[in-house]
Design a protein. Structure first.
Length: 245
């Protein structure tokens, strides 16, 4: 996600939210808030990413157009990854609860303001806001950008979102995930993805080696815990798809 006019506005919303407390324990639990079997070092998730970034075995290789996620089977294609938004905020409440008591209310307020900007960001990126595929893409792309200190092209985000829809659909438990649980996970994935991406942007404006190192550590933990692979193996190709090398 390259620098856009949205980022300065979001930084104003977030203020210096990121720099005082970068300890990973304050940011996320070991399962990333996901209440289905795709987080916390799940081997199957990395395998689903590998599958989704490989050309379909039933289609010949072509020089163009750019590679797409493997064609899903009937069951995969039929899985709906969206949810109906409510004002619950349970995922944000849980994240804010990990901050010290004196900082908790302010952290919760700023998390909400950042999360509330997601529909505008999603519209600019051309993806639905109330979708677990776009949330997972935001989380993984944001973490990858922060870990490698590189940009990701906005124009490719739709393809990454589609890939993550196929990845989620590989898990039998996902189809039965309740609307409330989807929103709970969505709140955490989106907010954490925005936080790491915006922290990286802020560090470009005001460099701080200590915070940079903490951010890279956190982003690497995000990738490692969610994909169960060394973060150095995680890449996004020129066509926008994630692959594990």
């Amino acid at each position: 996600m390259r620098r856009t006019p949205l980022l300065p506005a979001l930084l104003l919303a977030g203020g210096l939210f990121f720099t005082p407390v970068m300890a990973p324990a304050y940011w996320m639990s070991s399962d990333t808030g996901m209440s289905l079997s795709v987080g916390a070092g799940n081997y199957l998730l990395s395998q689903a990413v590998l599958k989704s970034s490989s050309p379909s075995k039933t289609e010949p290789r072509r020089a163009s157009p750019p590679a797409r996620p493997a064609s899903p089977d009937t069951n995969t294609a039929s899985v709906n990854t969206r949810f109906t938004p409510t004002r619950r905020g349970r995922g944000l409440d849980e994240m804010a609860a990990r901050y010290p008591a004196a900082e908790r209310a302010e952290a919760r307020r700023k998390m909400q303001r950042l999360y509330d900007h997601w529909p505008q960001m999603a519209q600019q990126l051309g993806v639905p806001a109330n979708d677990m595929g776009s949330a997972l893409a935001a989380y993984l792309v944001g973490s990858w950008m922060a870990y490698r200190d590189v940009d990701y092209p906005d124009a490719q985000f739709k393809l990454a979102t589609e890939q993550m829809r196929h990845v989620l659909a590989e898990f039998p438990d996902f189809a039965g995930m309740s609307n409330a649980d989807r929103q709970y996970s969505h709140e955490q994935l989106v907010t954490l993805g925005i936080l790491v991406a915006l922290t990286r942007h802020e560090l470009k404006q005001s460099p701080n080696r200590q915070v940079q190192a903490q951010l890279r550590q956190l982003a690497g933990q995000n990738l490692r815990q969610f994909l169960n692979v060394d973060p150095d193996r995680v890449h996004f190709r020129a066509d926008g798809l994630m692959e594990i090398r």
